[in-house]
Design a protein around this ligand. Structure first.
Ligand code: MCN
Ligand code: CUN
Length: 788
C-alpha cells in the first residue's frame, strides 16, 4: 500500500516506535499489583490437594489465630448470598468456592483475608480441611463409558459426563464423497492441554466504597465492559448496579486468551471487599496460575481426508472429544460451543465436510480458552495441515505441489466454504510461492535426498493456514447475549490534539500506537498528538474487548468510521472558514484546500480551533464523534510457513534449522508491530509443538504445574525467525486490514510437526502428536530400528 502520510504524521504503513514503550522499558507501567490503596487487605486462597473429594470439614481456628488474619471465607459463607456458584461464558456453572466437594487438584477451597500478603499465606497454611477422596475421572473417553462416576452431581438430572454434542456440515454428502474417493487417510490427533503462561499472572484489587455505594475493580481482564455487565447481572441481587460498578483494566502483562474468563479469585475478592468495606487485593502466584486458570486445547480428534488418485482433495470428516474439565468455561461466542473449529477445511477447495464435537466433563480445571487463537482455529488448522501433509506423502506428491493444486484460487474469492464460511480474500499460492523462494525449497529437497542416502534425518514442513478473526458480525456472534461489535470515540481538542477511547484493551499489542496511526491516516493529525485510552469502563465507550485478533478488524474499523464522521464535520467548518461550498474542497490527510486554488487551505488544526472559537452559527460546537462498528464479515488472514528440521538420531532431539514465515493480514498499520506480533506468535507456536504440555496422572495429579516441567521456550530453543509478507486487502474492512495477533501461533505448530514427520516418513512414521519431545522421537527411532 502506498504511504499517504509523512513519517512525522505517522499514518498507516509507518514503523513508528511504540508510544507505550518508554513507560514499559523504564518499569513505569501500572499493572494491577502496582495499585496500592490505604487500608488494603490481602486475599490468598486455600487449594485442594485432591482431584475429586468430598469436603467433610473446614477448620479455620488455627488460621484465625495467625497474627494479621482477619477472616476465612468458605463456600458456606458465599452460599448465604447465593454466590458460591457462578455462570460460565458457555452457560454452564462453575464453583466460586465449594460447599460439598472439590472437582480438580488446585481448586479453590477457601479464601483467607489478612492485613499483609505474608499473613494471608500463613493463614492459608493453617486452614485444616478434611477430605474424603472420591473416584477420579481423567480420561475423557473413559468418562463417557457406562458406569463412569458421574461428576456433576450438582445437576439434578445429569446421569453421565457428556456436556453437549455439536455438529456442522452435510453428513450425507460427506459420507458419499468419502465412499467414492480413491484414497482416504485417517488419523487420531491429540492436541494436548496447554496454558498461556503470560508473564503477569491474574489478579485484582476490589474496592467497595460503602459511603458512595460504588464498586471499583482494577483487574487483569481483556474485556472490561463485558465483565461489568456480568458482575451487574450476577450480583444485582446483593445491590450492585451497573452504574455503580467501575472496572479498570490497567497495563496488562500478556493476556493470550487467559484473561478473558472470570476466575473465582476475582469474585472472592469482590465479595470480601463488599463485606468488609475495605479494598482487597488478590494476586495469583505462578503455580496457581498454571494449575487452576483456564487451559487451552485438549481436543481428541479423529480425522479422515479423502482424495482422488490424481491428488484432488474431495472431503473431510472429523470427530472430536473436547475435554472441558469439570465445567465448560470456554470463552467462545455463545452460539459456537466448539468455537470456530468448523474453519477446518482450511485453505483447500473441499466440496464436502462434516465435523462433530462432543464436550466431556473430567476432574480437571474448567476452561477451553484459546491460547492465542480465535476460538479453536489452531485445532482446526493443525488437523487440516497435518492431514493434507499425510495425504500428499501417501500419494507420493510433493507437499508444496499438492497444496498448490488444492488451494482455493484467488479468483474464487469471496469463497463459500463447505462448512458455510465466506472467506473474504486470499492468495494462498502467492504466499506459499514467496515462502518457497525465500527458503530455497528445491535446493532443500535435493539436500534432504542426499542426506537420506547417508542415513541422516532432515525434514521440511509446510503449513499454509487460513485464519478467521474479527468476531464478529452481530447476526451470528454474541457473548452471553452481548453482540460482538466494538467502538471508538474521538474528541479533537481546540489546539488540534486529540484523545480517542476504545472498547478494546491492549495486553502488549501496541494499541496506543496503532490506533493513533489509524486516526493519523484518516485525519492527518500526527500520531504523537493523539492520546489513546482503553480499559476504563467509566470513560471508554462500550466494547467487547481484545481477543480473537478482533481489535484491528472491529475497533480499528470503528476508529476509521469515527474519524470519517469528524472529517465530514471538519469539511463543513473548513468550507465556512474559506467561504466556499463543502463540495469545492479537496482533502489530503491533514488539510482541506479549495479545488483549483491549492494556496487557499485550512489545516485540520485550524478547523479544530474554529470548532470551539468560530464555528458556523446553527452548527453544534466541538469536534467529536463515536462509532459502534458491526463488521459485515470476519477477516481471513492467512500465510505459508516452511520449517526445516534436523533430527538427532542419538537423542531424538528436533532442531529447527530454519523457519520462514510469510503472513498476509491485508493492509498493514505498523509493519514493525506486525513483525513483532509474528515473532512472538511463532515462539508461542514452537512452544506447544516441541515443549509445552499439561497432563494428569490417573488420580488427577497435575504434571506440568510449574515451570520446572511446563517448558517455555527460551532464547536458546528459539530459532531465528525469517519473516515476510504479502498484502491481500480485506474487501469489507474500511482500511483493508485483517487481524494478525494470533496467526503465527495458529500456523506454526503444523509446520514443525510436518517437518518432523517428513524427516521420518520413509521409516514408516505417519504422525506424531505434539509436543514432539526428544523421548517421543527417540522411542520411535528405537522402534523403527534406527537407534538403540
Ligand atoms: N496490526 C497492524 N496491521 C494489521 C493488523 C494488526 O499493524 N493489518 C497491529 C494492530 O494494530 C495491533 C497488533 O498488530 O497493534 C495486533 O492486532 P490484531 O491482530 O487486531 O489483534 P488484537 O490487537 O485484537 O490483539 C489480540 C491478539 C490475541 S487474540 C492474542 S491471544 C495475543 C495477540 O494479540 N495476545 C498478545 N498478541 C499479543 N501480543 C502481546 N504482546 N501480548 C498478548 O497478550
Ligand atoms: Cu484467542 S487467545 Mo486471544 O483471543 O486473547
Amino acid at each position: 500500500m502506498a504511504l499517504r502520510t509523512t513519517p512525522e504524521v505517522g499514518g498507516m504503513g509507518h514503523s513508528i516506535k511504540r508510544k507505550e514503550d518508554p513507560r514499559f522499558i523504564r518499569g513505569r507501567g501500572t499493572y494491577v499489583d502496582d495499585v496500592v490503596l490505604p487500608g488494603m487487605l490481602y486475599l490468598d486462597i486455600v487449594r485442594s490437594p485432591f482431584a475429586h473429594a468430598k469436603i467433610l470439614k473446614i477448620d479455620t481456628a488455627k488460621a484465625l489465630a495467625v497474627p494479621g488474619v482477619l477472616a476465612v471465607i468458605t463456600g458456606q459463607d458465599l452460599a448465604k448470598y447465593n454466590l458460591h456458584w457462578m455462570p460460565t461464558l458457555m452457560s454452564d456453572t462453575q464453583m466460586v468456592l465449594p460447599v460439598e466437594k472439590v472437582m480438580y487438584q488446585a481448586q479453590e477451597v477457601a479464601g483467607v483475608l489478612a492485613t499483609s500478603r505474608y499473613a494471608a499465606a500463613d493463614g492459608v497454611a493453617a486452614v485444616e480441611v478434611e477430605y474424603e477422596p472420591l473416584p477420579v475421572v481423567v480420561d475423557p473417553k473413559k468418562a463417557l463409558l457406562p458406569g463412569a462416576p458421574v461428576l456433576r452431581t450438582d445437576k439434578k438430572d445429569k446421569k453421565d459426563n457428556h456436556i453437549w454434542h455439536w455438529e456442522w456440515g452435510d453428513r450425507a454428502a460427506t459420507d458419499r464423497a468419502m465412499a467414492a474417493a480413491d484414497v482416504v487417510v485417517k488419523e487420531d490427533i491429540y492436541i494436548p492441554r496447554i496454558h498461556v503462561a503470560s508473564i503477569e499472572t491474574c489478579g485484582c484489587v476490589a474496592h467497595f466504597d460503602k459511603v458512595m455505594d460504588q464498586l471499583t475493580v482494577w483487574m487483569t481482564t481483556q474485556a472490561p465492559h463485558a465483565i461489568r455487565t456480568v458482575f451487574a447481572l450476577v450480583a444485582g441481587h446483593v445491590g450492585l448496579a451497573e452504574h455503580k460498578i467501575r472496572i479498570i483494566s490497567p497495563d496488562i502483562g500478556g493476556g493470550f486468551g487467559g484473561k478473558v474468563p472470570v476466575y473465582p479469585g476475582y469474585v472472592i475478592a469482590v465479595a470480601a471487599s463488599v463485606l468488609t468495606g475495605k479494598p482487597v487485593k488478590w494476586i495469583e502466584d505462578r503455580m496457581e496460575n498454571l494449575q487452576a486458570d483456564s487451559f487451552a486445547r485438549d481436543y481428541h480428534i479423529t480425522a479422515e481426508l479423502a482424495a482422488t488418485k490424481d491428488g484432488t482433495l474431495t472431503a473431510l470428516r472429523i470427530k472430536t472429544l473436547a475435554d472441558h474439565g469439570y465445567a465448560d468455561a470456554a470463552a467462545n461466542p455463545s452460539k459456537f460451543p466448539a468455537g470456530l473449529f468448523h474453519v477446518c477445511t482450511g485453505s483447500y477447495d473441499l466440496k464436502a465436510a462434516h465435523v462433530e464435537v462432543d464436550g466431556v466433563y473430567t476432574n480437571k480445571p474448567p476452561g477451553g480458552i484459546a491460547y492465542r487463537c480465535s476460538f479453536r482455529v489452531t485445532e482446526a488448522v493443525h488437523t487440516i495441515e497435518r492431514m493434507t501433509d499425510i495425504m500428499a506423502h501417501q500419494l507420493g506428491i510433493d507437499p508444496a505441489d499438492f497444496r498448490m493444486k488444492n488451494f482455493i484460487k484467488p479468483e474464487q474469492f469471496p469463497y463459500k466454504s463447505a462448512l458455510g464460511w465466506e472467506y473474504d480474500s486470499g492468495n494462498y499460492a502467492g504466499a506459499l510461492k514467496l515462502a518457497m523462494d525465500k527458503i530455497g525449497y528445491a535446493d532443500l529437497r535435493r539436500e534432504q535426498a542426499e542426506k537420506r542416502k547417508r542415513g541422516e534425518l532432515m525434514g521440511i514442513g509446510i503449513s499454509s493456514f487460513t485464519e478467521i478473526v474479527g468476531a464478529g458480525p452481530s447476526k451470528h456472534f454474541d457473548i452471553l447475549g452481548l453482540k460482538m461489535f466494538d467502538s471508538c470515540e474521538i474528541r479533537v481538542h481546540p489546539t488540534g490534539k486529540a484523545i480517542a477511547r476504545f472498547g478494546t484493551k491492549s495486553q502488549g499489542q501496541g494499541h496506543e500506537t496503532t490506533y493513533a496511526q489509524i486516526l493519523a491516516e484518516e485525519l492527518g493529525i500526527p500520531a504523537k498528538d493523539i492520546q489513546v485510552e482503553e480499559g476504563d469502563t467509566d470513560t471508554a465507550p462500550y466494547g467487547l474487548g481484545t481477543y480473537a485478533s478482533r481489535s484491528t478488524p472491529v475497533a480499528g474499523a470503528a476508529a476509521a468510521m469515527a474519524a470519517r464522521k469528524i472529517q465530514d464535520k471538519a469539511r463543513k467548518i473548513a468550507a465556512y472558514l474559506l467561504e466556499v461550498a463543502p463540495e469545492d474542497l479537496v482533502w489530503e490527510p491533514g488539510k482541506f484546500s479549495v479545488k483549483g486554488s491549492p494556496d487557499r487551505s485550512k489545516t485540520i488544526q485550524d478547523v479544530a480551533f474554529a470548532a470551539y472559537t468560530n464555528h458556523p452559527q446553527g452548527m453544534e460546537a466541538g469536534l467529536e464523534a463515536v462509532s459502534y462498528y458491526d463488521p459485515p464479515n470476519l477477516t481471513y488472514p492467512f500465510g505459508s510457513y516452511i520449517c526445516v528440521v534436523d533430527v538427532d538420531k542419538g537423542t531424538g532431539e528436533v532442531k529447527v534449522r530454519r523457519f520462514v514465515a510469510i503472513d498476509d493480514c491485508g493492509n498493514i498499520i505498523n509493519p514493525m508491530i506486525v513483525q513483532g506480533q509474528v515473532h512472538g506468535g511463532l515462539t508461542m507456536g514452537l512452544a506447544p509443538a516441541l515443549l509445552e504440555e499439561i497432563s494428569y496422572d490417573e488420580i488427577g495429579n497435575i504434571q506440568g504445574g510449574s515451570f520446572i516441567d511446563y517448558l517455555l521456550p527460551t532464547a536458546v530453543e528459539t530459532p531465528k525467525w525469517e519473516t515476510g509478507h504479502t498484502v491481500t486487502p480485506s474487501p469489507h474492512h474500511p482500511l483493508g486490514a485483517k487481524g494478525v495477533g494470533e496467526s503465527a501461533t495458529v500456523g506454526a505448530p503444523a509446520a514443525i510437526a510436518n517437518a518432523v514427520v517428513d524427516a521420518l516418513w520413509h521409516l514408516g512414521v505417519r504422525h506424531i502428536d505434539i509436543p514432539i519431545t526428544p523421548p517421543k522421537v527417540w522411542r520411535l527411532l528405537r522402534d523403527k530400528g534406527v537407534t538403540e
